[in-house]
Design a binder for this molecule. Structure first.
Ligand SMILES: Nc1ncnc2c1ncn2[C@@H]1O[C@H](COP(=O)(O)OP(=O)(O)OP(=O)(O)O)[C@@H](O)[C@H]1O
Ligand SMILES: Cc1ncc(CO)c(N)n1
Ligand SMILES: [Mg+2]
Length: 568
């Protein structure tokens, strides 16, 4: 049995920190094997013992870590579990959940399963001594913070794990006592129950049985209501784990997904709306891994469980319609990416610099003046031959802007024309636009790149070769150079002229679009500076401060074609 949980609050540097100690590291037989971890760590000598190891967890409200040193290590979860060939549960779910939650995950594989959305067709255990070898390889080298267990298919493997954990103590142990898959296939037989009860559960910081597993651990106790779940949690807690989470994913007749967390003092009833979906295979593994991930980051158990549950709920909701496999229980998408790809038949094309040829930039004031909606303006520009659109809505309310952007995106995708958002990276992300255009005092392009990911288009306004170089370094795709001519659209804008444009084009490693006071009368002169990097012109007033946007766009298109430069 683990020794009793010892909780205290201590004051350090005028801040209250919650000191959790000892963790399971002081369970019977742990060796005196301490190490420095990313988690603010305090070795606690309790009752003359030097065996116990604890860590300072962040407080529920706005906690903070103890020292800068403590922030340098990457949080690390080791999952000890079975492989699922269908990749919805097991090791594969654990890897995806940890990646989604932003922690590193190493893997010790205990069994291979041949599994899909129909069920488990076969299983083959990894030999005990090879499980031991994998455990040693990882634990002796990689500074694991939290071990999470899943399928442990034999008594020998459970014992091997317990022995190795005593030799290499970690900060926390999360045990998902996997026994039966949702398809009803046995992943670990009843023979392991006694070793679970006697050896593994007492070492655990949390165990996360589903209803069937809780029932099996409690000799077949019937579990049909939330009250039954509370009773089960209390009885399981008596077996030694610090926390028990009884999961109610399979609770009959429950509109909500209810889980009960019990820490020996309090019960917490955690509820979320039940998502109506067939794609729930691997929810248990993912929940346990996400709890492990949050604990590895340093959060206290209650916060970790809450965040993990919300993550699973969000991922299920996001994935409720994805179609993978023909069986009754499909996998879900931890990384929240598959839906937009599978449902979007007009996928974004990779950035093509020739798209900068006729670059139309909308202006809310001009649209208002001419009594047209932003959607109508975009439609007309595309019909006239615009090759890329940027929405520049300085005055719009965010909610309205987002709605307009979504409507414009549908039109742009239909015509294969990229849609960029000016300044507002948040709006671009929210509507899944093709990219953003940022100015020198907006969000730096490198930060926008981190937020938007590698595929999105990022343009930066530049007036000098130095700014153009920085845009390249920051990972932009193109630069906008100007104002080439004086313009009313931008107040106090310094004009660079054709010479300034040429200097920047010559220096730039990125394709360039010219902007500022350009229209039908001078577009040809701009393109005739003849530098290979200049791919087109960006235009606001010459298209949108006119009665007929389509006609003006067509005229400009003809002029540009006549200049015979930059077009595809
Ligand atoms: N349809 C659903 N909507 C929302 N949450 C759900 C749904 N199904 C399960 N959950 C939640 O997912 C988590 C995992 O619970 P569940 O009871 O499904 O585990 P499990 O049976 O071990 O899963 P598996 O063995 O398929 O990996 C719990 O927090 C549960 O409340
Ligand atoms: C390998 C493996 N582990 C756990 C589960 C439980 O979901 C499963 N179906 N397969
Ligand atoms: Mg499970």
């Amino acid at each position: 049995m683990a020794s009793a949980t010892f909780l205290s609050t201590l004051s350090l540097a005028n801040k209250n920190y919650l000191l959790l100690t000892p963790t399971h590291a002081c369970a019977k037989g742990y060796t005196n094997n301490f190490r420095v971890s990313n988690l603010p760590s305090i070795v606690v000598r309790k009752e003359g013992s030097v065996r116990s190891q604890g860590f300072v967890a962040m407080q529920e409200k706005g906690g903070s870590t103890l020292s800068d040193d403590s922030r340098t290590k990457t949080p690390h979860v080791l999952t000890v579990a079975g492989s699922d060939s269908g990749a919805g549960a097991g090791i594969q779910a654990d890897l995806k959940a940890c990646a989604a939650r932003g922690v590193y995950c190493s893997t010790v594989i205990t069994a291979l399963t041949a599994q899909n959305t129909i069920g488990v067709q076969g299983a083959s255990n990894v030999p005990e001594d090879f499980v031991a070898q994998q455990l040693k390889s990882v634990l002796s080298d990689m500074q694991v913070d939290v071990v999470k267990t899943g399928m442990l298919p034999s008594v020998g493997i459970v014992k091997t794990l317990c022995r190795t954990l005593r030799e290499y103590p970690v900060h926390a142990l999360v045990v998902d006592p996997v026994m039966v898959s949702t398809s009803g296939d046995v992943l670990a037989g009843p023979s392991i129950l006694s070793t679970f009860r006697e050896e593994l559960l007492p070492m655990a910081d949390i165990i996360t049985p589903n209803l069937k597993e809780a029932s099996a651990l409690l000799n077949g106790m019937q579990l049909e209501t939330v009250d039954d779940m509370r009773s089960a949690a209390r009885l399981l807690h008596n077996m030694g784990p610090k926390n028990v989470l009884v999961k109610g994913g399979d609770l009959p007749d429950s509109l909500d997904a209810v889980d009960i967390l019990y820490n020996g003092h309090n019960f917490y009833e955690l509820r979320s709306p039940r998502i109506r979906t067939r794609n729930t295979h691997g929810t248990g593994c993912s929940l346990a891994s996400s709890i492990a991930a949050e604990v590895a980051k340093g959060y206290p158990m209650l916060s970790a469980v809450k965040v993990a549950k919300r993550f699973v709920e969000t991922a299920l909701d996001y994935s409720k319609e994805i179609v993978i496999g023909n069986g009754p229980q499909g996998p879900f998408d931890h990384l929240l990416r598959l839906k937009s790809h599978s449902q979007d038949c007009h996928r974004q094309q990779p950035f093509d610099p020739s798209d900068l040829f006729l670059y139309a930039v909308t202006d809310s004031r001009m649209n208002k003046r001419w009594g047209r909606s932003i959607v109508d303006a975009v439609k007309a520009a595309i019909d006239g031959g615009a090759t890329i659109i940027q929405l520049r809505e300085k005055d719009a309310e965010t909610k309205d802007f987002l709605e307009s952007a979504k409507a414009c995106l549908r039109i742009c995708r239909l015509h294969g024309v990229p849609l960029l958002i000016n300044d507002r990276v948040d709006v671009a992300i929210a509507c899944d636009a093709d990219g953003v255009h940022v100015g020198q005092s907006d969000m730096p392009a490198c930060v926008a790149r981190t937020l938007l990911g590698p595929e999105k288009i990022i343009g930066v306004s530049c007036k000098t070769p130095e700014q153009a170089e920085q845009a390249w370094v920051d990972g932009a795709d193109y630069i906008g150079c100007g104002g080439v001519y004086p313009t009313n659209t931008k107040e106090n804008n310094i004009t660079v002229g054709l010479n300034g444009l040429k200097t920047v084009c010559m220096a730039s490693k990125l394709p360039v679009v010219a902007i500022g006071g350009i229209g039908v009368s001078n577009a040809r002169a701009v393109m005739e500076i003849r530098t290979p990097n200049l791919k087109g012109v960006a235009v606001v007033s010459a298209l949108f401060d006119r009665e007929c946007v389509q006609t003006e766009t067509r005229k400009l298109h003809e002029v540009l074609l006549g200049s015979n430069i930059g077009s595809t």
